[in-house]
Design a protein around this ligand. Structure first.
Ligand code: LLP
Length: 421
């Protein structure tokens, strides 16, 4: 459930009409709902209770500091994957002891930054990383809290570009080698083993791959304890999918996911960490865009929008589906017609949807892409010198711009000339 509903014929974010925001900030813009973010975060909290747990929001899905602070104030931790995300989380007020650091390529500078700034845990993905982390931590007179990310070799049954738990993927240490790597970790002066980490992929719409992975993690935890390691935390990653197409069957609910965690890992007396991104932020955001032209092509009509692939990359990058709805509610039974929905960028890949049935639309109409709160604004670029789309946060009947649209001067003045030009 989210808080984007039609009221008096106009799509609202909570109590604010999207037309009102469009008039104030122009299009395109991203709009997030506080109530939806909070609701989704609480669903995970409730799903994991009474197990001791920390829900670490995967900041890569939406790293606007207003979003981070909203969740942080509810007690959320953060899953960060770069020094930049670490600094953003801290700037948004999240304490270091609620931040876990993931990613296959943490640099020494990033390790040093997190260790000195305060960090809950590093999720380490390789032996060279473990050695580097030990060296940096030891040099600082510290021991880095570590969970080793294991690759359980399960098929997440999701899009190949976002599956991470198969042995051929670059992520984690093969689970069969985990005991060896933990033995190495135990010998290193700058490492303190605290747990086990796993993440098998994103947009999973089936619990079975999670079950397979978590059963393997349970078995490994017992083996590691038998080897003498202190395993007190299990970081289970993110990945629970969302219903991008409202007409399709719904993915599992956080409560069902929580139940599965309790069944597979509840007996281990560990603190559970999870790293959901999409399920918290995805349906908490829409991208609002205006129709520039309706172009009658050869056997098809194109809806040319002022948003493009650089603003919302998911359709062109993954062939992802986003529901597109008119901001003005169509009359019941209004005639529909198929459109190719495209942006103004000079590439055929700048296509959001092909032959999508929509109510008849005209130039200047507003449309909203649903489920755009995750991996939307964060993946945007300025391709074609198109300014990054502004972000707006709604709370009840209030809204605020939480990242303004850059001016052309700001964009153009970022380039600097070499002395010979
Ligand atoms: N933890 C780790 C270690 C991850 O790599 C990811 C996502 C997450 C948590 C959060 O997963 P979520 O709960 O959001 O599924 N750009 C792609 C998604 C990439 C996901 C990468 N890792 C998309 O737009 O679908």
């Amino acid at each position: 459930m989210d808080h984007f509903l039609y009221r008096n014929g106009v799509l609202h974010a909570e109590d604010v009409a999207l037309t009102k925001i469009a008039a104030a900030v122009g299009t395109p813009f991203y709009c997030y709902s506080t109530a939806t973010l909070e609701r989704h975060f609480r669903l995970f909290q409730e799903a994991l209770a009474p197990l001791p747990h920390l829900v670490c929001f995967a900041m890569k899905s939406n790293s606007n500091q207003a979003v981070i602070r909203t969740l942080g104030q509810l007690g959320a931790g953060m899953d960060v994957v770069s020094g930049g995300e670490y600094l953003r989380a801290r700037a948004a007020g999240v304490p270091g002891d609620r931040i876990v650091f993931s990613g296959v390529g943490k640099t020494r500078a990033e390790m040093r930054q997190a260790l000195t700034g305060g960090i809950r845990q590093f999720n380490v993905e390789s032996e060279p990383e473990l050695l580097a982390l030990s060296e940096i931590a030891h040099g600082l007179g510290l021991r880095a809290p570590v969970a080793v990310r294991v690759n359980p070799d399960v098929d997440a049954r999701t899009h190949e570009k976002i599956a991470t738990g198969k042995s051929e993927n670059k992520f984690g240490i093969p689970i069969a080698r985990a005991r060896e790597v933990y033995a190495l970790a135990a010998r290193l002066p700058g490492i303190e083993v605290v747990g086990v980490d796993v993440h098998i992929g994103s947009q999973l719409t089936d619990l079975e791959p999670f079950r397979q992975a978590y059963e393997k993690v349970a078995e490994l935890t017992l083996a590691l304890r038998a080897d003498g390691h202190v395993i007190r935390r299990l970081d289970l990653g993110g990945g629970l999918g969302i219903p991008y197409e409202r007409s399709n069957s719904a993915p599992p609910l956080p409560t069902e996911y929580g139940q599965l965690i309790k069944e597979t890992l509840g007996h281990l007396d560990c603190e559970i960490e999870i790293e959901p991104g999409r399920l918290i932020s995805g349906n908490a955001g829409v991208l609002v865009s205006q129709v520039i032209y309706v172009k009658h092509g050869e056997g098809r009509d194109f809806l040319i929008l002022d948003a493009a692939m650089n603003d919302l990359m998911r359709p062109s990058l993954y062939g992802a589906h986003h529901d597109i709805v008119p901001v003005h509610e169509p009359a019941p039974g209004a005639a529909q017609q198929p459109y190719d929905v495209v942006g103004p960028v000079c590439e055929t890949g700048d296509t959001f949807a092909k032959q999508r049935n929509l109510p008849r639309l005209a130039a200047e109409d507003l449309v909203a892409f649903r489920s755009a709160g995750a991996y939307g604004a964060v993946m945007a670029s300025e391709y074609n010198t198109r300014p990054l789309v502004p972000e707006v946060l709604v709370k009840g009947d209030q809204f605020a711009v939480i990242r303004p649209r850059p001016t052309f001067d700001e964009i153009i003045n970022r380039d600097t000339m070499p002395h010979w030009l």
